[in-house]
Design a protein around this ligand. Structure first.
Ligand SMILES: Cc1ncc(COP(=O)(O)O)c(C=O)c1O
Length: 263
């Protein structure tokens, strides 16, 4: 993404100002939101109107953070999580069923590897791995029940680089959901959606915060898939706290200058 555009979006994307016309978005430390009357509550829960109901579902601070990441990644929608790992886990738990299969790069973050090898098999979801220098062998791993192609680039900890366009083309050809953990590149350096990713995951704990203060995670991408992830998450409770969302939204204002120095 054009650097001037990304900087402007990271600073200017803001939820509606209050009557005080504050410069910096205030913290909405509230578990829930009130209703005018019973009918207002009914129609809100029925999703006949878009509004905040309960901070496990949405909160103004998390919405601001999510909309910034969506703009920076070129995504339709997203949901913010308490940690990067809750973003990874909830994304898979929301989209996969017992009997589904994942094809993944072998070079991935350790806890994601543990999820694939120790925990998802409990629900009869298996993973086949390809080596980062053997993308030509990916298609041979695809089975009739394969649902997701997963990769990280650059990877943690080996800093391997994958050709996301090659992976995106394979995912499209075989009708797989292509998910990329973009945490090390950040949306400043790489937008996986441009290469065919359906979903992009970040551990916001890393370069998005950049100052070691808070944990956070986010998944953004196709609206239909995010809807599934949202419905799973609003019922199971991995939501990012409003305070951490406020910190992370502020962090994004300096993402470009920080990542340039890191490079
Ligand atoms: C690539 C990658 N994905 C996911 C995670 C997990 O993020 P968190 O520590 O916020 O749960 C990490 C953490 O190091 C990571 O490096």
């Amino acid at each position: 993404m054009n650097s001037q555009y990304i900087e402007t979006q990271a600073i200017r994307t803001q939820i509606e100002r209050t009557a005080f016309l504050e410069h910096s978005n205030p913290l909405y430390l509230t578990s829930s939101f009130v209703f005018e009357d019973a009918e207002d509550m009914r129609s809100s829960f029925a999703e006949e109107k878009k509004r905040n109901i309960y901070s496990r579902f949405t909160n103004p601070n998390t919405s601001e953070f999510v909309s910034k990441i969506c703009k920076l990644e070129g995504a339709e929608d997203g949901y913010a999580f308490a940690t990067g790992m809750s973003a990874v886990f909830s994304t898979f738990a929301a989209l996969l069923n017992s009997g589904d299969h994942i094809v993944s790069s072998r070079s991935i973050f350790g806890s994601t590897n543990s999820l694939f090898t120790k925990f998802l098999p409990k629900w009869n979801i298996e993973t086949s791995y390809f080596k980062v220098n053997e993308v030509d062998k990916i298609e041979a791993l695809i089975q009739p029940n394969t649902k997701v192609l997963y990769a990280e680039s650059p990877t943690n900890p080996a800093v391997d680089i994958l050709d996301l366009q090659v992976l995106g083309d394979i995912a499209k050809k075989h009708n797989l959901i292509f998910i990329v953990d973009n945490c090390f590149a950040t949306p400043y350096l790489q937008n996986p959606i441009q290469f065919g990713a359906d979903l992009v995951i970040h551990s916001a704990t890393k370069l998005i915060d950049g100052q070691g203060r808070v944990l956070g995670g986010v998944t953004v991408g196709r609206a239909d898939l995010i809807r599934e992830i949202y419905l799973f998450s609003r019922n199971t409770g991995p939501a990012l706290s409003p305070f951490n969302a406020w910190v992370l939204s502020k962090s994004l204002e300096t993402l470009v200058v920080r990542v340039e120095r890191h490079c």
